[in-house]
Design a protein around this ligand. Structure first.
Ligand SMILES: C[S@@+](CC[C@H](N)C(=O)[O-])C[C@H]1O[C@@H](n2cnc3c(N)ncnc32)[C@H](O)[C@@H]1O
Length: 277
């Protein structure tokens, strides 16, 4: 599997889904339009750990249609969003212009981010919620994060937990069954699935994707290997999409978690790390 192969397949899938996501109630674009102070559910969840971002120069890697990026801009950060899907970048750019959010969106592969954006200039790298699973090497990703950050700058990531990605989906009769790799492997997980994670009537044609899991220790070690200092590692018992339909309960703020003993599973995690000054 060359980089070109997985990127072509994954990009085709995301290009088709971006406009459907923008039209879906799940992404709530109308709430951004009707309320100038509205923040995405994801960023609202992040607020207690995120801290003050006002005035920071930030980049959102794998920003998709820009709802989280624009939310960070509404909190006062000067944001750039980056995504390799031209359709996602088009949706994000149109939304930012419509809302007057002042966010720049750039089309590029995440592994090229520090070559196409000003390396060493960002106070904040923000990413997460279904981002790392599209990348074959978490080590290469951590190097990009390190290169983008200025000394003293920080990474904020909240992401699906590798334990969650390792579980059989759908859950067999609700049992938590380990079915997929927890650790990063060279071979991708190959999926051929229509549909998406938000409500839509659109029938998709490009459904073949390649994904990878990365263990929590591998993610932290990759950041430490780049010289970043770990400031926080917090595991959460909820996730912002219905990861196991039929076996979850919806919580306020768009979070979902297992109905039965949710404390058995770390659903997501947050990592904060700083590049030393
Ligand atoms: C689930 S979305 C991330 C989403 C964000 N949390 C949201 O919901 O708005 C994943 C995004 O990663 C992007 N992506 C996947 N692989 C990428 C790569 N190699 N380089 C840049 N972007 C990539 C996709 O185009 C997609 O927009």
């Amino acid at each position: 599997m060359t980089d070109a192969d997985y990127r072509t397949l994954n990009k085709a899938s995301w290009d088709e889904r971006a406009p459907a996501h923008a039209a879906s109630p799940g992404y709530g674009l109308d709430r951004f339009r009707s309320d100038p102070a509205h923040l995405s559910d994801v960023v609202s969840f992040d607020l207690p750990l995120l801290g003050d971002v006002a005035g920071l120069r930030g980049v959102h890697l794998q920003c998709h249609i820009g709802t989280d990026t624009i939310s960070l801009a509404r909190l006062g950060a000067r944001m750039t969003g980056l995504d390799f899907s031209p359709a996602a970048v088009a949706q994000a750019t149109a939304l930012s212009q419509e809302l007057g959010a002042g966010v720049d969106f750039v089309e590029a592969d995440v592994y090229d981010a520090a070559d196409v954006l000003p390396a060493g200039e960002f106070d904040l790298v923000f990413t997460g919620i279904g981002a790392l699973c599209w990348l074959p090497s978490v080590g290469r990703w951590a190097e990009v994060v390190q290169r983008l950050l200025k000394p003293g700058g920080r990474l904020f990531i909240r992401e699906g937990h590798p334990m969650l990605w390792a579980l059989a989906d759908p859950l067999p009769e609700g049992r938590l069954e380990l079915a997929y790799p927890y650790f990063e492997r060279d071979e991708p997980l190959v999926w051929d699935e229509g549909g998406t994670y938000v409500e839509t009537d659109v029938e998709f044609e490009h459904n073949l994707t390649h994904e990878w899991n990365h263990g929590l220790g591998e993610i932290v070690t990759a950041l430490l290997d780049q010289g970043l200092v770990l400031d926080a590692l917090v595991e959460h018992d909820s996730v912002p999409w219905d990861a196991f339909p039929g076996f979850t309960e919806e919580l306020p703020g768009g979070e979902h978690r297992l109905r039965d003993r949710p404390w058995r599973l770390p659903h997501t995690y947050t990592i904060k790390a700083t590049k030393p000054a």
